[in-house]
Design a protein around this ligand. Structure first.
Ligand code: DGJ
Length: 737
């Protein structure tokens, strides 16, 4: 059994040979944490691992032992995982073991997204009930161990079995105590158009945290943390990953205390949070996923890629090949009518593109971003007869039709706002802050969710729509739930997320054949929470190939390529003004869910031929790009960042594509070899450069040689001029013979 309970030692050991998680019920009934990390042998006591002194005290345990669910005020002065304000205003809890159960499979969390098991054999779940006798507060800690993955999914439900209401002030999804501080903390941080850059530093005494108080996980920080040993690399060494299956306010934090132990916690951001729990009520915290690897950051990414692609994403599109799309946004923005769109779609069809997506601007009177959000009725000035005729024209060209929506928003200039000004989030008597000329709808109100469900269902039923891009372009200010009493305003942000998830659930269940893509000003809600509903996300509004190297590299630390939308756009690039070769733009966007975001009617014949070749290449390698193993080889965040290299390898290791990118060209380039990983050492690979015009023919190389000696990246070719330009990319197509 992967989850072992030893009644003598009062020890739980969750171990699957890939990693171990060990806890023990202490003498006084508290639940102590003994170990998370390397796999340990089953059937042994690990009680001695708990005796890890930290700078604190308690007269209720013989020696300080890290707790699974640390609370406040009883001698452990580090950041707590659970703070509950009781009827008398006090916050101390004495949570003692009451019972446990071990069940096959994995339960869903009410109203919240989560990872899942397909069938009971894939996972086992341990539920441990802790009780605080004075208040009768019960906490059910839930740990799911996946049989074949080095990950544990954690969540908890807090139940008030007492007679008086209590207020939850802090409820983290995970608190993890580590015996030392010899770690580097890695976060994925940035802002609009440069999301999820890798930021890294040694842990130091005190706290380091990232988080969001914006009502969305945000562009600034991702709800994920990585800890890696200072010497760990992409392929070797110990690393721990934590990520939160949630899309709203979060806190991710590491604290090093004076004796050098580390506590990491991740969950709902406690700032501004307060949840009243009446007698008999329950509250479930979002799920956190913990992963461990001794194969470095690459091993950690393998674990989260597999889990998130196969057991977080769900629905018909989880395993289907994702279509190559043309999105109208950067091509025409708001300036279109049906004829122009059909012309674009015709040009796209001629290039082999499979899906045409109509972005913002099709509803109300939306000629710019100043109006109409909330009025989900087609603008017949632009699209006479509605979406149906346009979608059918597009389908007649051999493409599928997709549509952009931004459900959670309302423009002050809209019919919806005129009719329901109170549905926009704001505090009565105070001015609302506008951002991008819009307000956020109060999705904590069930009637708002019902209205959006009806309005969007009408839209999605009005035409053959195969794909939906669900955007969200501003964050929440003046947080206030119009239907919540004063004492419950601390629940607002989380209730907003619950309402949003409810809307996602209804629409994705009602339209199971639609491929949903999430978006929030680019990657402002690129998180595991929304991946449970939409298997792909618009990675960033920045479509510049060079900027994308960092964005896609950072994103790949946690998220699989099948979740990352990546488009080729026009030059000069609209975000940074850079001019990069068309082949480079494609060579970067291939490593994701591929598409275009330009006006194909403006391409000349040479570019059209190049795009046809790109589309054909992606189609031929789509399964490798979307389902293969992504291997990071050379980081744009290291050294002078001038070069990046990465690789994607099919599961059977018979096929692979290597991408090598050089930002600035230099005179007298050094001789360069890239050492590959993840290939079959015994196989002989046929190595062909792509596009064929840029290469010097094909070669046969052994997998062992490619992984030990490496593949030579030839210097500038005097005939083709390749390598003499800035922003060059070289792709190599590998196939075992
Ligand atoms: C922000 C998105 O990230 C863009 O791709 C585009 O859809 C615009 N919103 C439309 O307003």
């Amino acid at each position: 059994m992967p989850i072992e309970w030893d009644p003598e030692a009062r020890q739980f050991h969750l171990g699957n040979g890939l990693m171990s998680y060990v806890m023990r019920v202490l003498e006084n009934g508290w639940l102590g944490h003994l170990h998370f990390g390397a796999p340990l042998a089953a059937g042994r006591s690990y009680a001695h691992l708990g005796g890890r002194a930290f700078h604190g005290f308690s007269n209720r345990v013989g020696e300080p032992v890290p707790l699974e669910l640390p609370t406040a005020g009883s001698g452990d002065f580090r950041v707590p995982a659970l703070v509950v304000e009781q009827a008398d205003g006090s916050i101390v809890l004495d949570l003692r073991y009451a019972s446990h159960a071990i069940r096959p499979g994995k339960p869903d969390l009410p109203g919240l997204p989560s990872t899942y098991a397909e069938g009971d054999a894939e996972a086992e779940t341990l539920e441990i009930v802790l009780v605080d006798d004075p208040t009768s507060l019960r906490v059910t800690l839930r740990y799911t161990l996946f049989r074949d993955r080095p990950v544990i999914a954690r969540s908890a439900t807090i139940s008030n079995a007492g007679a008086a209401a209590v207020r939850i002030r802090t409820a983290m999804s995970v608190s993890l105590d580590l015996a030392d501080a010899d770690w580097h903390l890695v976060t994925l941080s940035g802002t609009w158009a440069r999301e999820r850059h890798v930021e890294e530093g040694r842990l130091l005494p005190g706290r380091r945290s990232v988080g969001s108080l914006r009502g969305a996980s945000g562009l600034e920080h991702n709800p994920a943390l990585v800890l890696r040993r200072p010497r760990a690399t992409e392929e070797d060494g110990e690393a721990i990953g934590l990520s939160l299956v949630y899309s709203g306010n979060f806190l991710a934090e590491a604290e090093v205390e004076p004796r050098g132990t580390t506590r990491v916690r991740l969950g709902l951001h406690p700032d501004g949070f307060a949840w009243t729990l009446e007698p008999a009520a329950t509250f479930t915290v979002p799920e956190a996923v913990l992963a461990w690897s001794d194969a470095g950051l690459g091993g950690l990414s393998d674990a989260s890629h597999g889990l998130y692609r196969e057991r977080l994403a769900r629905g018909a599109w989880r395993d289907r090949p994702r279509p190559i799309l043309l999105n109208s946004w950067e091509g025409v923005y708001y300036a279109f009518d049906a004829a122009r769109l059909v012309d674009m779609a015709r040009a796209a069809a001629d290039l082999g593109i499979e899906l045409f997506v109509l972005d913002d601007g099709w509803f109300g009177r939306r000629d710019d971003d100043a109006s109409s959000l909330g009025d989900w009725v087609v603008d017949e000035r632009k699209l006479p007869g509605g979406l149906g005729p346009l979608a059918r024209d597009v389908e007649a060209l051999g493409l599928r039709f997709g549509l952009w929506i931004e459900p959670e928003m309302v423009s002050p200039r809209s019919r919806l706002f005129e009719a329901h000004p109170d549905w926009a989030i704001g505090i009565p008597g105070r001015q609302r802050t506008e951002s991008r000329n819009q307000y956020v709808l109060d999705l904590s109100r069930p009637e708002v969710v019902d209205h959006l469900d009806d309005a969007l269902t009408r839209v999605l039923e009005s035409a053959p729509i195969s794909y939906v891009k669900w955007d969200m372009n501003r964050n929440i200010t003046e947080p206030y739930g119009g239907a919540l009493p004063a004492a419950r305003q601390g629940e607002f942000f989380h209730r907003y997320m619950l309402g949003t998830y409810e809307l996602w659930r209804r629409l994705t269940e009602r339209f199971p054949e639609i491929l949903f893509e999430s978006c929030a000003s680019g990657g402002g809600r690129f998180d595991p929470g929304l991946l449970a509903f939409a298997p792909q996300t618009w990675t960033s509004d920045d479509t510049d190939a060079i900027e994308r190297l960092k964005i896609q590299w950072g994103t790949s630390l946690v998220y699989p390529l099948s979740s990352m939308s990546a488009h080729v756009s026009a030059v000069p690039n609209h975000q940074v003004g850079r001019i990069t070769p068309l082949a480079t733009r494609a060579a970067v966007a291939f490593f994701g869910v591929f598409g275009y975001e330009l006006d194909p009617r403006t391409l000349d014949e040479a570019d059209r031929a190049a795009v046809r070749d790109q589309v054909a290449f992606y189609v031929a390698h789509r399964d490798v790009f979307q389902r293969g193993r992504f291997v990071r080889l050379r980081s744009p965040f290291e050294g002078d960042g001038n070069e990046t290299a990465w690789l994607v390898v099919s599961d059977d290791r018979r096929r692979a594509v290597l991408g090598h990118y050089r930002m600035l060209e230099r005179p007298v380039p050094r001789f360069d070899r890239v050492r590959l990983r993840g290939l079959d050492p015994a196989a002989i690979y046929r190595v062909r450069p792509w596009p064929a015009s840029l290469g010097s023919g094909q070669a046969a190389r052994g997998g062992d040689e490619l992984m030990t000696v490496g593949l030579a990246i030839e210097p500038a070719d005097p005939l083709t001029g390749f390598g003499r330009a800035d922003f060059s990319a070289r792709l190599f197509d590998l196939e075992a013979t």
